[in-house]
Design a protein around this ligand. Structure first.
Ligand code: FAD
Length: 464
């Protein structure tokens, strides 16, 4: 059944993670009528995933830090929903945002294939708080069962109370690895090693940024203590360059890499394990934003994020953004940016202290992105038969043939010649890898008319 509130809202927020949640409760607190639309059944986004009610978890907060910041805002959300100031469209996936002269209309669908129901929500302003997804770089064996995303392992634990294995190697790059390894170890897994492909020297080169972000330093120290307590070794400038096993992970090869992430010959070490949690940072989720024409910028870790001004306004009039969509920066920054955006949308002056906190955390985010940015030498991990596009089963060899034999120079041409990026994920997973193999630094932020798959009937109804 379609739901079409005839009375437009002042604001529609897409995404109920820390950024969208903070923006919603702050804007509603200023008296705005807000619609909060989110693909998940409950608010919290990636960071505050909670066990499904049926699992009967007695203390879901035990799996999180900063739970109080979240609990405070969800209590305000519940009160504002009860008072009719906020409409929460949970489990609604937004596939498009359109504009008529007076309003924005957000089109969303429900159900696993988007065919169960739909909603159209009209509002005068839009806030995009769509978060991020994980970046995966391919290597031999990354499709073997038991290899999971690092964030995916964290999500399995937080939402399903399950571990991907009993002895789990954690690898890739970025601060998320430390949080994931700590959670897995605390939940009872053995984590023999965390392999960070970059080093941590990049942080030391920004002492002033560290000095004004003491909470971030404390967070890092907290992770270090947890890893020490559980006997987890941390190896920087190391990467998993192969997974062994056919039906299931049996071991991985851990290899030293140089500053450009090229494997150092003769340094491979075989580590027995039954799972690998791997991820190379996060990529802002921009589909609704780029479909609207919001301008993007390249961030220091090679991803694309939205161009935003000091009030969180995008380059499209009437559209704001907060959180990871504006560049990867963590949950605390997302909360702050959500509040800044709400002040701006409500026409209130943004507090100096709130703005300074946002700027401080953004500076830290830039340092973090530069410290963990993937280096081009990772392609040295690939073999000719390594699958790069998993959806369409396209190997590195076929992509390199398209480049050197057929003259492809960009992802689009490689896609047309090999089908890499044409599958279900539409290149979200293989895009950065294909672009690097084609000789580029990474795909430009795609502009897609649909933010998620929708059934044809829905599109037809939308036209009617
Ligand atoms: C898999 C994963 C695991 C992570 N684990 C950790 C961790 O353990 N520790 C840590 O410090 N940080 C972690 N992070 C990073 C952390 O989640 C972010 O820093 C933080 O959540 C940013 O908040 P946000 O509000 O910007 O986005 P998010 O929390 O990502 O929220 C975005 C919300 O937007 C919704 N959304 C997106 N697109 C649509 C659409 N088209 N329609 C409807 N809804 C949509 C999503 O359902 C989601 O609820 C993780 C990130 C990922 C991707």
């Amino acid at each position: 059944m379609p739901t079409s509130p005839s009375d437009p809202h002042d604001l529609v927020v897409i995404g109920a993670g820390p950024a969208g949640l903070a923006a919603t409760v702050t804007a509603a607190g200023f008296g705005l009528r807000v619609a909060l639309v989110d693909a998940a059944a409950r608010p919290g986004g990636q960071f505050y995933r909670q066990p499904a009610p049926g699992l009967g978890a007695a203390r879901p907060e035990a799996l999180h830090h900063s739970w109080r910041a979240f609990a405070r805002r969800t209590a305000r959300l519940d009160a504002q929903v009860a008072a009719g100031r906020v409409h929460h469209f949970a489990a609604h996936h937004v596939w498009a945002v359109t504009r008529d002269p007076a309003h924005w209309t957000v089109h969303a669908v429900t159900g696993p294939d988007g065919g169960q129901g739909r909603a159209e929500v009209r509002a005068r302003h839009v806030l995009l708080a769509t978060g991020a997804y994980e970046r995966q770089l391919p290597f031999p064996g990354w499709t073997v069962p038991g290899v999971v995303g690092a964030g995916g392992a964290q999500a399995m634990l937080k939402a399903g109370l399950v571990l991907p294995g009993r002895r789990i190697v954690v690898a890739g790059s970025g601060p998320l690895l430390l949080a994931v390894a700590g959670s897995l170890a605390a939940a009872g897994a053995t984590v023999p090693v965390v392999a960070e492909a970059s080093g941590y020297a990049g942080y030391a080169r920004a002492p002033r940024t560290l000095a004004v972000n003491p909470r971030k330093l404390a967070e890092g120290a907290g992770h270090a203590v947890t890893l020490l307590r559980h006997g987890v070794r941390l190896r920087s400038r190391s990467a998993v360059t192969a997974v062994h096993g056919t039906d299931r992970v049996e071991a991985v090869t851990l290899t030293r890499i140089d500053r450009d992430w090229r494997p150092v010959p003769g340094t491979g070490l075989r580590i027995p394990c039954d799972a690998l949690a791997v991820g190379h940072g996060l990529v802002p989720q921009l589909e609704p934003a780029t479909a609207l024409g919001c301008a993007t910028r390249r961030t220091p870790d090679g991803t694309w994020a939205l161009v935003l001004d000091h009030q969180q306004r995008t380059t499209v009039d009437g559209v704001w953004a907060a959180g990871e969509a504006g560049g990867i920066g963590g949950a605390e920054l997302a909360f702050v940016e959500g509040e800044v955006a709400a002040y701006s949308i409500a026409g209130r002056g943004v507090h100096g202290s709130l703005r300074r906190r946002r700027d401080r955390l953004r500076r830290f985010a830039r340092t973090m992105a530069a410290a963990h940015a993937p280096r081009p030498g990772w392609t040295g991990w690939l073999r000719e038969d390594t699958e790069v596009c998993r959806c369409e089963e396209v190997t590195a060899g076929r992509i390199l043939d398209a480049v050197s034999g057929l003259g492809a120079r960009d992802t689009r041409t490689v896609k047309l010649l090999t089908r890499a990026g044409m599958g279900w994920c539409q290149g979200r997973m293989c895009g950065p890898a294909v672009a690097r193999l084609a000789g580029g630094g990474g795909p430009a932020a795609d502009r897609r008319p649909l933010a998620c798959p929708v059934v044809l009937g829905e599109l037809a109804d939308g036209q009617g």
